[in-house]
Design a protein around this ligand. Structure first.
Ligand code: 28F
Length: 856
């Protein structure tokens, strides 16, 4: 196999390895992945969902690290699918050579995307990201996707292949010519596997920005085609140096520019990069990475760094007589206000710890230790003024720490402690079993009262908090301890505070649940509490002890029935249920004969199907094709068994295209290919070509944009289901029926009726002429006679209501605070609370809408 790739080397790493197709190790089938997705991607929550994207992008990053790729584009599409494009050398397409006869001769790209662990580690690749945190490979993403498409530009051609739930749908084939190289993978997560398949732009954005910092020179573009089209483009030639500068945005800094150094050990296959910048806060913020993976549990790189920093700075301070009788600063003192990135590349990383995010390699510890020792003392010699400032800052930190210790002792001796060492306002639970017991931190005394009345005494403790707690962003421990609300929290949890005293084993409750109002003040208090835990008791977050309670936003009642509703989305569902549970659907013929009459359950099923259809139709139409266009094609061609077309070919209106310009539809790729060959059309993909460039144009060929219409299959299935649910009386044409008037001017009666019984023997009739009117009529019926009450504050709920909706473990919905979420909240917090006005103004402008949404 020849390698058509150019050996670009954006990082000065010119060891562009060319490994063979035989090095793949074949393991097991993808069925196992669909049976137990959690085993492969951790879980199927939003975390697992976004992990799919990281898996794919990691392969592109590997291409970058091997010096073969410099641009990666990530796009969320209008239909909820996502695509990743890179301008690397393209996944090999030649026949796979391995020792499993099952795979013999299949295209390599097919093996990589359908065989578990096929994309594994290769001896030549110095530092791969894939194989890291989960490192399960693209085949796992394929298995968990409703569909996946891959396009590879390589060996002079553009190749394409597609899959459904991990199985080959269209075989690999050439669909055009390309002189440039690259790969595009698009996929749509399978709703059968993920309860929520919606990608969050912000989640991806935060991660990929970090990726761009860690890979200097890499161009990363991320775009959202849903809604108002967000787009970000990142490239940081300064790498992690720019990263610390960005983390310190909005803060006063002590040393500018940041301290930066890098060391390579070719023999051991190690690279160490460090960037450091002190700010005027009292917080330490060290981010550590190993092979681009955020090692949130730390490890040998972190410990090597800490030891060397303490030793080196103290030596410098002593040598230059900077301490003059004050106490010797501890490591914690020397890291007060330190913001730093430690990024190592290790050829054979060992990941340990609960979440496999702790680096274990022993050789890294001494390598980092030596590197920091040498480079930092050199830096101090060359920058004496900044070095002095840092040492003096540490000396004052040491003094403050001593003061804090005294304050803490004092708190312990007097303070708001009652006999058992617990705060007076805590309503404790009776259980002493940490596993099963929880504490609710509740906003306000009145909500606290309700919570106390409603709780389960055995396992639930209540701690009411008065008003806003202190903003700990800019306070040292001694000051923090001066605030009663904070002392109360510390006392209730009993696990101590601060690096030298915190002890997770003394924690009295397994779950710490923050319960605040669903308004701006509530979310502010929640952020304050999260910041407090993030800064002062980070291990509570790391170990998953912090939760957020979600009180419902609405109470909906009609007659004697009443229900609590968590959010807008649930509200819609509830209206649909109320609108169908006492109604029937009647379908009439043109001469007003009753064709079919469903019961309430039948109406509900039909309503659900029409809702799904309506969503798919809007996706189709967002692409610029009307549903009518597709439906008409279907009626025209009896050979296609009434199916909707599957492939859309668009020949753009350009000069060479002439009369060919326009839209063409096909039912399978053979048909489409035959058409392209006949007309001399070359298939083209704007996303791919944007990233890899067009290269030399194929001679005299006109480009046509090819799009698979995955919605067609679902629409066919849903209309078949409607047919079944209505005994053959509802079909696709019913989507398009319009209001009509007789010559006399009166409205022609609708084809459908929703008939509702009101319990007093009366019937109400809502007419509908077409399928979408069935939807609106049902919702209308649902709203009829209904009272919607909006809960603003927790205090509005009585004890029983609060228990039912928010505290009863059987039906409450708790949000678990993850480290990622907390650091995001923390970032937000520094911006909103920091002193600099500009970043805050910018943030508020960009996020004005979201902030408004908080206050529903
Ligand atoms: C959108 C996601 O997955 N990009 C990739 C490559 C390039 C090579 C490769 C990938 C070869 C034998 C395993 C090509 N030529 N983007 C991607 N680009 N994988 S994934 O090789 C995989 C190995 O089996 C590649 C020469 N070397 C490497």
């Amino acid at each position: 196999m020849t390698d058509g790739a150019e050996n670009r080397s954006p990082q000065g790493n010119d060891k562009a390895s060319s490994y063979g197709e035989e090095s793949i190790k074949v393991l097991e089938g993808l069925e196992a992945v669909r049976k137990r997705p959690g085993m492969y991607i951790g879980d199927t929550t939003a975390r697992g969902l976004h992990h799919l994207v990281y898996e794919i992008v990691d392969n592109s990053i590997d291409e970058h690290m091997a010096g073969r790729c410099d641009t990666i584009q990530i796009k969320i599409h209008a239909d909820g699918s996502l695509s990743v494009v890179d301008d690397g050398s393209g996944i090999p397409v030649g026949p796979f050579k391995g020792n499993n006869p099952l795979h013999e001769g299949r295209p390599t790209v097919e093996i990589i995307l359908t065989v578990l662990h096929a994309g594994g580690k290769f001896e030549n690749d110095a530092y791969k990201v894939s194989g890291g945190l989960h490192g399960v490979g693209a085949s796992v993403v394929n298995a968990l996707s409703e569909w996946m498409e891959v396009e590879v530009a390589r060996d002079g051609n553009l190749h394409a292949m597609s899959f459904e739930r991990g199985k080959v749908n269209e075989e690999l084939r050439v669909i055009g010519e390309r002189t440039k190289t690259g790969t595009k993978i698009s996929f749509k997560p399978d709703p059968e596997m993920f309860p929520d398949t919606e990608f969050k732009f912000e989640t991806l954005n935060v991660r990929f920005k970090e990726m761009a910092y860690l890979n200097p020179g890499l161009h990363l573009v991320i775009e959202d085609e849903r809604g108002d089209g967000k787009r970000e483009e990142y490239c940081f030639p300064e790498g992690i140096k720019a990263f610390v500068a960005a983390l310190n945005e909005g803060k006063e800094v002590v040393n500018d520019p940041p301290i930066y150094f890098r060391a390579d050990d070719d023999e051991q296959g190690l690279v160490c990069e460090i960037a450091l910048q002190y700010n005027d806060s009292y917080n330490e913020r060290l981010l550590t990475f190993a092979n681009n993976i955020n090692t949130i549990e730390g490890g040998t790189h972190l410990s090597g760094f800490k030891t060397a920093l303490t030793r080196t700075l103290n030596n410098y301070a002593r040598g230059n007589n900077l301490l003059k009788g004050s106490m010797v600063p501890s490591g914690d003192d020397l890291r007060e206000g330190l913001c730093g990135i430690i990024s190592v590349k290790v050829s054979e990383p060992q990941f340990e710890g609960q979440t496999k995010t702790k680096l274990g390699n022993a050789e890294v510890e001494s390598f980092v230790n030596t590197t920091v020792g040498q480079s930092l003392s050199t830096w101090c010699e060359e920058n004496p003024a900044a070095a002095k400032k840092i040492c003096m800052k540490a000396a004052s930190a040491a003094q403050a720490r001593e003061a804090a210790r005294k304050a803490r002792d004092l708190t312990r001796r007097k303070g708001a402690l009652d006999a058992g060492g617990l705060p007076g306002k805590l309503y404790d639970c009776t259980s002493k079993n940490v596993e099963e017991s929880e504490i609710y931190l509740v906003e306000g005394d009145s909500a606290g009262g309700s919570a106390k009345g409603g709780r389960d005494h055995k396992t639930q403790a209540i701690l009411p908090l008065k008003g806003k707690i202190l903003n700990v962003e800019k306070a040292r421990l001694d000051k923090i301890l001066g605030f009663e609300e904070i002392r109360t929290i510390i006392q209730a949890l009993s696990c101590g505070i601060g690096a030298d005293e915190f002890n997770l084993e003394k924690l009295r409750y397994g779950k710490i649940i923050i319960m605040t109002d669903a308004d701006v003040d509530g979310s502010h208090i929640r952020t304050l509490l999260l910041t407090f835990f993030f800064r002062q008791m980070p291990d509570l977050i790391r170990n998953g002890h912090i939760y957020i309670a979600q009180p419902p936003l609405y109470q909906v009642s009609r007659g004697r029935k009443s229900e609590y509703v968590l959010n807008e989305k649930r509200m819609h569902t509830v209206l649909g249920e109320l609108g169908t549970n006492e109604s029937e659907l009647v379908v009439y013929s043109e001469d007003r004969q009753e064709l079919v009459r469903t019961d309430a359950a039948g109406l509900k099923s039909i309503f659900d199907v029409i809702e799904q259809i309506s969503e798919l139709v809007s996706i189709v139409e967002r692409r610029g094709v009307t549903f009518k266009q597709l439906a008409d094609l279907r009626a025209d061609d009896p050979k296609k068994e009434g199916r909707l077309p599957r492939i859309h070919l668009q020949v753009p209106l350009v000069e060479q295209a002439g009369d060919l310009a326009g839209d063409y539809f096909f039912w399978n790729d053979q048909e489409e290919e035959a058409f392209r060959n006949e007309k001399g059309l070359s298939s083209s993909d704007p996303d791919l070509d944007d990233v890899i460039g067009e290269g030399e144009k194929p001679k005299a060929k006109i480009s046509a944009f090819r799009k698979e219409m995955h919605e067609s299959k679902d629409l066919d299935r849903l209309f078949a289901k409607l047919d079944e649910l209505s005994d053959g009386h509802i079909c696709l044409n019913d989507w398009f029926i319009k209001h009509e008037q007789r010559v006399t001017g009166e409205e022609v009666p609708g084809r459908f009726e929703i008939v509702t019984k009101d319990g007093k023997g009366n019937e109400h009739v809502n007419a509908a002429v077409n399928l979408s009117e069935i939807l609106s009529s049902v919702l209308e019926v649902g709203k009829h006679g209904m009272e919607i009450k909006r809960f603003k504050g927790l205090g509005e709920m009585d004890a029983e209501q609060l228990w039912e909706t928010t505290m009863n473990p059987v039906n409450r919905v708790l949000l678990k605070v993850t480290w990622d979420a907390a650091s995001e909240a923390e970032k937000l917090f520094s911006i909103l609370m920091g002193e600099e006005v500009e970043p805050r103004r910018k943030y508020i402008e960009e996020h004005a809408l979201e902030v408004k949404n908080l206050d529903v």
